[in-house]
Design a binder for this molecule. Structure first.
Ligand code: GLU
Length: 482
């Protein structure tokens, strides 16, 4: 068997790594690791009109944050360098011309005006848009060289703009086997004579992807299902070049809860967003793993290493998997608490330690004092699902509240204030004293506690109140109350 080499081929056209691409990356990485193979990143930056400056760097950063390392790529090189398509233009041109020589492709000189008139006609006739084969016909076929010579004869060298198009057979079908979906066939007469080399000398996606996957010895192409309709063009290219096509597996597209394609408007799509909200990369990866595949033991929480042991690409489900942010939040909360527990399995007391502590220190680095985070973490850890929520819960330890969720009832608050002024500063003593004072004033202790909470924290919900006050200190608490 050929060595297993998988890849993702992101285009630097977005702000950051799309969560759907992160999903594809995870599966490609896992399949490579399962087979002692390599996982490669290739940057497909040939669409210059959609190019976004800095996108490549941010994509690589997000992958590294997720903990999905690559063996070869634009940043770390490898035996098939360069791994960025804009640095490989000469290669595509050479292969495109080889196809022209073999009569599997042809030069097309159609002007944008002609193409748009053609499209309008097709629309008027309710036909699917497709190149009409004008330059394919033998009588009008020419090469740029011939054309240039003709112009020279006219006294002026003028290089006419041209593209190279794939010469798709007019009859027959093109078929491939998808590892997840089985056999898929397309009628050739419905396949467009796709442009493979553009007039600016850049390849289109179809040529670039096939040439590079072949030259980089990619064994498995695992990508989103939106590429299924491109695959017959790729299969034809492999055939025309005389190359063996790789194994294909098209992953299901992630969906919004309403089953529409995962979109910016309905769901956060950039991996950077998940990082900024304080999701843990381990939880994001674990969630993605479960999105269209079930652990054979039915487990929901597992590491990437465990996934590598038991994952089976053929068992990916193809029915519209929903990206459920709530489920991810739940999972993230589990990860936060898990890494928080002491090694003794059933330790009832959470121990502020381990990995989550350093993750939260990093998250709030330069903003909040580590000593205070350390002291307060165990009070809130059971109540938060992301690192970002720590601030919502525990922000009052660092800053006096500027806004209050609701007005304060002074009468109730005074009971608390007067009691605390003379109280020993530990939560049991405070609780006893406030309950007694509330009884005496014929008030409900619960209401007094709530006034106290709002006055000190600004909010009606938060971590255990009296333990929090104990940490906050007597002086600070009384200053806030007054
Ligand atoms: N450049 C394509 C993308 O943006 C790659 C698709 C493929 O994996 O073949 O996702």
């Amino acid at each position: 068997m050929k060595p297993v080499r998988t890849r993702i081929a992101p285009s630097p056209t977005g702000e950051n790594l799309h969560i759907g691409n992160a999903y594809t990356a995870l599966i490609n990485y896992v399949v490579a690791r399962q087979n002692n193979g390599q996982f490669i990143i290739r940057i497909e930056d040939t669409d210059r009109t959609r190019f976004v400056e800095g996108s490549e760097t941010r994509i690589l950063e997000s992958l590294s944050w997720l903990g999905i390392p690559h063996d070869e790529g634009p940043d770390n090189g490898g035996p098939f360098t360069p791994y960025r398509q804009s640095d490989r233009l000469a290669i595509y041109k050479q292969y495109a011309e080889e196809l022209v020589k073999k009569d599997h492709a042809y030069y097309c000189f159609c002007t944008p005006e002609r193409l748009s008139a053609m499209r309008k006609d097709q629309e008027a006739r309710h036909e699917a848009p497709k190149y009409d084969g004008h330059c394919r016909k033998v009588e009008s076929r020419k090469s740029p060289a011939r054309n240039a010579t003709q112009s020279v004869a006219g006294g002026k060298v003028e290089s006419e703009k041209y593209v190279i198009r794939l010469k798709v057979p007019e009859e027959g079908t093109t078929t491939f086997t998808d590892l997840i979906r089985g056999e898929i066939s397309f009628e050739n007469k419905l396949i467009d004579d796709q442009v493979i080399l553009k007039s600016d000398g850049y390849p289109t996606y179809h040529l670039g992807v096939v040439v590079d996957d072949h030259l980089m010895e990619i064994s498995h192409i695992i990508r989103g299902e939106e590429w299924i309709s491109s695959t017959p063009k790729h299969i034809l290219l492999y055939k025309f070049f005389g190359w063996e096509p790789p194994i294909y597996a098209h992953m299901p597209l992630l969906r919004n809860p309403d089953k529409s394609k995962l979109s910016k408007r309905k769901n956060p799509v950039w991996v950077s967003w998940y990082k900024e909200q304080g999701f843990l990369p381990e939880a994001v990866v674990n969630y993605l793993a479960t999105i269209a595949w079930t652990h054979p033991d039915g487990k929901e929480l597992f590491t990437i290493l465990e996934m590598i042991r038991v994952f089976d690409l053929k068992k990916i489900q193809t029915t519209a998997p929903v990206f459920d942010l709530e489920k991810l939040r739940w999972m993230n909360g589990e990860y936060l608490r898990r890494s928080q527990k002491s090694p003794a399995r059933n330790a009832t007391q959470s121990v502020a330690g381990g990995k989550v502590k350093s993750q939260i220190f990093d998250f709030y680095h330069g903003k909040y004092d580590e000593a205070i985070i350390e002291k307060t973490l165990s009070l809130v850890i059971e109540r938060i699902k992301t690192l970002g929520e720590y601030e919502m819960m525990a922000g009052f330890f660092f800053e006096r509240p500027k806004v209050f969720e609701r007005p304060i009832n002074k009468k109730l608050l005074t009971i608390a204030q007067e009691t605390l002024e003379t109280c020993i500063w530990n939560h049991d003593a405070m609780e006893k004293a406030i309950r007694e004072a509330a009884d005496k004033a014929k008030m409900k202790a619960k209401d007094v506690f709530m006034e106290l909470r709002v006055a000190v924290t600004g909010k009606t919900v938060g971590p255990p109140l009296l333990e929090s006050l104990e940490l906050l200190g007597k002086e600070e608490t009384l200053t806030r109350l007054s």
